[in-house]
Design a binder for this molecule. Structure first.
Ligand code: KIV
Length: 270
């Protein structure tokens, strides 16, 4: 059963998010431009300018070739469109290979956009990089489980947490990130049991995607959840709209009316 919740009227801060764990589920969606960010303003607590834009916006096969310049450009657009949600810039592949490299790029993210945090994929093995940012007052959203930026080294997109040993690895990852100072952790593509164990093991909120209903919040890629990607329908995505169908209907009607000299009628003419 869905409930009607009031619109969000106050600016969401890092402490708002921290205070929501165990109190109220956190909502997050991706956005890549001002137009959509404006539509999501007041509806969700967080917007992720995900490097998924490389796939859904640029039409690439994966997220690996996204650049810092792109992420900055799109984050500026999102910040222009939405004033209330906490905006997170997703650090692209290759921009956090060491604490120094990460600090250089994350500093740029803070200086050139109004993002309140950056996101980094990785667990225990990258906790020292996360710490270098948090110690320099840059807020970090962690990301563990299935990590799209590491699909080549992992041998593809693989659901994690299928056995007790892997659940323990994931819990250790989450704890290391918590210790390094993340304000929340995205948990992607893991079995529900694993997501539950992670969520119970840390005091920071977990934001799930393809991780079941036990996490402290949920995130979805907007173009998936609104049905703009017709060929890509992973099990975890619920389509709240048939976006592609609606757009096709609209463009077809426009074409027919222009070809038939129906548009513009007098109503649309000076
Ligand atoms: O890039 C992205 O959109 C993401 C989400 C899938 C969490 O990282």
């Amino acid at each position: 059963m869905s409930i009607h919740t009031p619109k969000i009227e106050k600016k969401i801060t890092l402490s708002t998010i921290a205070g929501m764990k165990g109190v109220e589920p956190i909502t997050m969606v991706t956005a890549y431009d001002a137009l959509f960010a404006q539509l999501f303003d007041g509806e969700v607590e967080m917007i992720l300018v995900g490097d998924s834009l490389n796939m859904s916006f640029l039409g690439k096969e994966d997220t690996l070739s996204a650049t810092m310049d792109q992420m900055i450009y799109h984050t500026q657009a999102v910040c222009n469109g939405a004033s209330l949600p906490l905006v997170v810039l997703d650090m692209p592949f290759g921009t956090y290979t060491s604490p120094e490299v990460a600090l250089k790029h994350a500093t740029r993210a803070y200086q050139e956009t109004n993002a309140q945090a950056v996101k980094i994929e990785g667990g225990k093995e990258r906790a020292h990089i996360v710490q270098a940012l948090t110690q320099n007052s840059i807020a970090v959203l962690g990301h563990i489980g299935l990590m799209p930026q590491f699909l080549r080294s992992e041998g593809g997109y693989k659901v994690r947490g299928k056995d007790q040993a892997d659940i323990e690895v994931l819990v250790e990852d989450a704890k290391a990130l918590e210790k390094a100072g993340v304000f929340a952790i995205v948990v992607e593509g893991v079995k529900e049991e694993a997501a539950k164990a992670i969520t119970e093991a840390v005091s920071v909120p977990t934001i799930g995607i393809g991780a079941g209903n036990s996490t402290d919040g949920q995130v979805l890629v907007w173009s998936d959840m609104f049905g703009f990607f017709e060929t890509f329908k992973p099990k975890f995505v619920k389509q709240y709209l048939d976006g592609a169908k609606q757009i096709r209907k609209g463009i077809e009607a426009y074409r027919n009316e222009v070809k038939g000299r129906e548009f513009p009628s007098e109503e649309y003419t000076y």
